[in-house]
Structures are given as structure tokens and as C-alpha cells.
Design a protein around this ligand. Structure first.
Ligand code: MG
Length: 366
């Protein structure tokens, strides 16, 4: 491996594969920011980052105007040094999602490049702790789905081998949340994990009340019950309920995870490899969580997260949201409800560039 000589970025808007709603937002489209890195000896790596519909052009401009020019000349064998160089050059806009999303696009490309150069799949290069990880289905549990369909989706997911199902909560009336979860638990029986996700949509009082009402349903976790910056609220909730509290998809630094873990405010962490700034910090979050005996269940982006969850001993769950099937030729391999990490060198994602060409171009792109 040698010095990076090529560094370029572009943006495509990938349509959502299904209607997806939660307590506070809708998934409008996957703005996907790509980065390609090439070395002077002809190796290439491709990484990516994303938003669910806003800010993609800001991330692209951060990359093109500021970050990518500084990447040229960096040692492709040293992603940790590269990440630290990028971090220190962006301190004025840290901690912030635009910056970490930009760093993630570079960092995932750097790991793809290094893994390809070494001939290793990502899950092995990053640790290789587990050869498969349990999957749970998120796609059948969105908030707009009526209870009959919700139940049918959960039963179908169990029939396809999934070991768990996630259901969005945050209906205006608590009784409606309770009725939906009760119906799903009754349908899938005691052997299937059921998770709920409020997407930060509850107040402290309402989170305490709804957690109490949901206690009888043996939930695997309650996800993002409160605004992500309310660590104290999560501490209070975690002490008042037996339901494990899960957080992390809206955290953007290792230090934010440290705060949650040190205060006992999270029983499950859900780092998102794009939002946290790439594979380099994602692995640190996972290892930090291991020190607290806390499992990792990464947010979205199953195409990368299967490999990362498999890489670490505390990778416990990956969520099933097949969003990239229209623009990739690779598929997540499932056996008995578990995901098998890709075995090919690199990230193991085969992009269909012809299909990507047919998506909408982001601003200013070739
Ligand atoms: Mg969530």
C-alpha cells in the first residue's frame, strides 16, 4: 500500500424502498455521499455516508471544499492517523453531524481500501469475533402501519427466521401504543424478541409512564425514549424501568457514548457508522461498551453493520432494513435468521454503478 493520490466525492439520492415513519419524522430519501480513494499503486476503496433526506449537499461540500484536498498524500495503510488528522482539522465544526458524516465517507473508503489491499473482509480485519449475528426486522413496524398489518408483518418476519421485531411507538394516546405492542407480543409468542422505538418523541413523564405500561410485554429494549441530549432523563428512566434503554443513533462522538455508559443511562448502544464518523470511531464505541458489559445493536446501514457487529464480541443484533437493493448487486446472506458477514475483501458491498447513474444526482455532481 502507498500514498493516496485520488480522493473524490459525489452524491446520489436513492429513493426509499418503503414508506417509513416514526414518532417525529419520515424517511424522505437516502442522500448517499460516496468517496473514492485511490493509491499511487493502483488500489481503490469506496466508502459512503448518508442522510435520510436533508443536509447531503452540505456534507458533500465539506468533503470537496475542505477535507478531500488534505487526504491526498496520506498513508493509505494508516486509517487511524488519517482520521485523527481529519478530526483535528475540523475542530471548529465538531461535534456535529455534517462533519462526522463527511469523515465517515472518507474513513469507510480508507477501511475498504486497506481491507482490499490485505485481501481481508472487513469483519475479519476489524476483529473477526463472530461468524454471524442475529437479525431483527424493523421494516414491518413503522408507526403508520395499522395494527392488523403490524401483526401480520411480525408473524411473517418470524416465519422468515428473524429472531426479533421492532415496533415504533409514540402514538398520541399511550393506550394505542400498548394495544399495538400487546397484539404483536401475543402473535409472536414469548420466544421472539420485541423492541420498541420512540425516536426521541416522548417527554420525561410520558416516557416513564409508557415504559411502565409496556413492562408486561417482556421487551428487549426501549429505544430513544427521550431527546438524545437529555442524558439525565435517560438516567431517571433507566432506574425506573426493567426495560433496557437503547440509545446511540443520534450520538456523534465517542465522548457522548462514554457519558451515557458511565452514568448507567444506556443498556444497549446503537452507534451508526455514518453518524459517528466511520469505522474507526465505531469500533471504539463498541469496545468501550464491552468494558461496561453493554451489547451493541447498530443503527440502520445493515450493509456495513453486519460486518462490524460480527467483528466485535458484543455485537448482539443487526436491524433488517433493505434500503440499498436497487443500487447494489451484493446481498446480505441470511441463515436461520442470522446475518453472515460478506466474505469478499473490503466492505463487501458491490455497487451497481449503472443503477446509481439512474438515481437523481446530488447538487454539483458529475
Ligand atoms: Mg431508532
Amino acid at each position: 500500500m502507498s500514498k493516496i493520490r485520488l480522493a473524490e466525492a459525489w452524491l446520489r439520492d436513492i429513493p426509499v424502498a418503503a414508506v417509513r415513519t416514526d414518532a417525529v419524522q419520515s424517511f424522505l430519501g437516502q442522500e448517499t455521499i460516496f468517496v473514492r480513494l485511490g493509491t499511487e499503486d493502483g488500489l481503490e476503496g469506496r466508502g459512503y455516508s448518508y442522510t435520510i433526506g436533508t443536509g447531503g449537499t452540505a456534507v458533500l461540500e465539506m468533503l470537496q471544499d475542505y477535507l478531500l484536498p488534505t487526504v491526498v498524500g496520506a498513508d493509505a495503510a494508516r486509517p487511524e492517523a488519517l482520521w485523527d488528522q481529519l478530526r483535528t482539522s475540523t475542530l471548529a465544526t465538531m461535534i456535529g453531524p455534517i462533519t462526522t458524516l463527511a469523515l465517515a465517507a472518507i474513513d469507510t473508503a480508507a477501511w475498504d481500501l486497506r481491507a482490499r489491499a490485505l485481501g481481508l473482509p472487513l469483519w475479519q480485519l476489524a476483529g473477526g469475533a463472530q461468524d454471524c449475528v442475529p437479525l431483527y426486522d424493523t421494516e414491518g413496524g413503522w408507526l403508520h402501519i395499522e395494527v392488523d398489518e403490524l401483526v401480520a408483518n411480525a408473524v411473517a418476519a418470524v416465519g422468515r427466521g428473524f429472531e426479533g421485531v421492532k415496533v415504533k411507538i409514540g402514538k398520541p394516546r399511550a393506550a394505542d401504543d400498548v394495544a399495538r405492542i400487546a397484539a404483536v407480543r401475543d402473535a409472536v409468542g414469548p420466544g421472539t424478541a420485541v423492541m420498541v422505538d420512540a425516536n426521541q418523541g416522548l417527554t420525561r413523564d410520558e416516557a416513564l409512564r409508557r415504559a411502565h405500561l409496556l413492562e408486561p410485554f417482556d421487551l428487549t429494549w426501549i429505544e430513544e425514549p427521550l431527546p438524545a441530549d437529555d442524558v439525565e432523563g435517560h438516567v431517571l428512566l433507566a432506574r425506573s424501568t426493567s426495560i433496557p434503554v437503547a440509545v446511540g443513533e443520534t450520538l456523534y462522538s465517542l465522548g457522548q457514548f462514554r457519558e451515557y455508559l458511565a452514568r448507567g443511562a444506556a443498556s444497549v448502544v446503537q452507534p451508526d457508522v455514518a453518524r459517528i464518523g466511520g469505522i474507526t470511531p465505531w469500533l471504539k464505541v463498541a469496545h468501550l461498551a464491552e468494558a461496561f458489559d453493554v451489547p451493541v445493536a447498530p443503527h440502520f446501514l445493515m450493509e456495513v453493520h453486519v460486518s462490524l457487529a460480527a467483528a466485535v464480541p458484543n455485537g448482539r443484533w443487526v436491524e433488517w432494513i433493505p434500503q440499498l437493493e436497487s443500487v447494489t448487486t451484493s446481498r446480505i446472506v441470511r441463515t436461520d435468521g442470522r446475518a453472515v458477514p460478506p466474505g469478499s475483501p473490503g466492505l463487501g458491498i458491490d455497487w451497481d454503478d449503472a443503477a446509481l447513474e439512474r438515481t437523481v444526482k446530488g447538487k454539483g455532481r458529475a
